[in-house]
Ligand binder design. Structure first.
Ligand code: PBG
Length: 331
């Protein structure tokens, strides 16, 4: 890199005008980079606000197509679906995950019928269906790896058959990507993609999400025996390497902003399609500060999203997706 020196080199020269700032921008954020996570609930004609996530709601299946219509019009390529499961419908094995008429499968069918060009991403893990709130099944109090993977494979096939385009395992069991790939292929579902939550950390930033899906009061203990230790970075590369080897089409880092160093290492090391999840807590932190008048909503949102692009993300799962896409479109 040629080095210049002051006064011949004045880095402020290119920053002086809006048009040179535009010409010299190293990264661009577009609606096509955004994935919108949405929550589905039982019932009809329901729009239930999520108290811990101002501006986000749970919608019933009959309203889901209408709910995403603006996102589709704005050019958002995909949505990620999560079910709200009330306590009385949960059990230790997360049985409802395998029901072809559960909320996710029903919402996927409704979405593919109304918006055939919209990508539908389905989360594969049991925590939104279990009464103990863990992502897998417990054997002697421990989340059992192989028993869980067997259920997740069935869950993935059920979802894919309902129209889910991208299976997104968020459970962090060992070997699940390879097992799910094999299970999908055995059913001829060779076009179903896998976006692996490859480096997912045991984070305190998921609390509003657990409220949104009805898991908050459910979880016994924590998820540290399967989700990663926030102290670790080399281990994230091992996780990602394994998932790519096992057949992941896209890899994800989660949470987002506090883990951009991981995003950057993953993207530069592997060069595969790389995503980050700006999780519920990150969304709610910004929204809480905005409500207090401490941050400007649009500036905080756009700066955070651009930071993901700069770090190397191809796309971002974000609850801001629609608000950001509106701003990108209308200025
Ligand atoms: C389920 C899952 C979680 C999130 C996405 N999928 C919660 C968890 O692992 O406890 C969190 C998303 C968010 O906080 O926005 N395994």
């Amino acid at each position: 890199m040629p080095l210049g020196s002051f006064p011949n080199t004045r880095l402020r020269r290119n920053r002086r005008d809006a048009w040179t700032r535009a010409l010299t921008a190293e990264n661009v954020l577009a609606p096509s980079n955004l994935i919108w996570p949405i929550f589905i609930c039982e019932g009809e004609n329901r729009r239930v606000p999520v108290d811990t996530m101002p501006g986000q709601i749970r919608v019933s299946v009959d309203l889901v197509a209408e709910h995403v219509a603006e996102a589709v019009a704005l050019g958002i390529p995909a949505v990620a679906l999560f079910p709200y499961t009330p306590a009385e419908q949960r059990d230790p094995e997360g049985t409802r995950a395998l029901d072809e008429n559960n909320l996710i499968c029903s919402a996927a069918r409704a979405l593919k019928a109304a918006h055939p060009t919209l990508g539908v991403i389905g989360d594969v893990a049991l925590d939104t269906y279990t009464d103990h709130g863990h992502d897998g099944v417990l054997r002697d109090g421990y989340v059992h790896n192989e028993d869980t993977v067997a259920i997740l494979c069935e869950m993935a096939v059920t979802m894919a058959k309902a129209g889910v385009d991208v299976i997104a395992p968020s459970d962090m069991m060992d070997g699940r990507i390879g097992a799910i790939r094999a299970a999908l292929d055995a059913q001829g579902l060779i076009h179903t993609k896998i976006m692996s939550y490859a480096a997912k950390y045991a984070s305190g930033f998921y609390s509003p999400f657990r409220d949104a899906v009805g898991s908050l009061g459910q979880l016994i203990g924590d998820k540290k025996t399967y989700q990663m230790d926030p102290a670790n970075s080399d281990e994230a590369l091992r996780e990602v390497a394994l998932d790519i080897q096992e057949g992941a089409d896209m890899v994800m880092v989660k949470p987002g902003l506090p883990y951009l160093d991981i995003v950057h290492r993953v993207r530069t090391t592997f060069g595969v399609p790389t995503y980050a999840y700006q999780v519920s807590g990150e969304y709610s932190m910004i929204m809480a500060a905005v409500e207090r008048g401490w941050l400007d909503h649009d500036r905080a949102m756009m700066e955070a999203l651009m930071a993901f692009k700069r770090a190397g993300c191809n796309g971002i799962l974000t609850y801001f997706a629609v608000k950001a896409a509106r701003l990108l479109k209308n200025g």
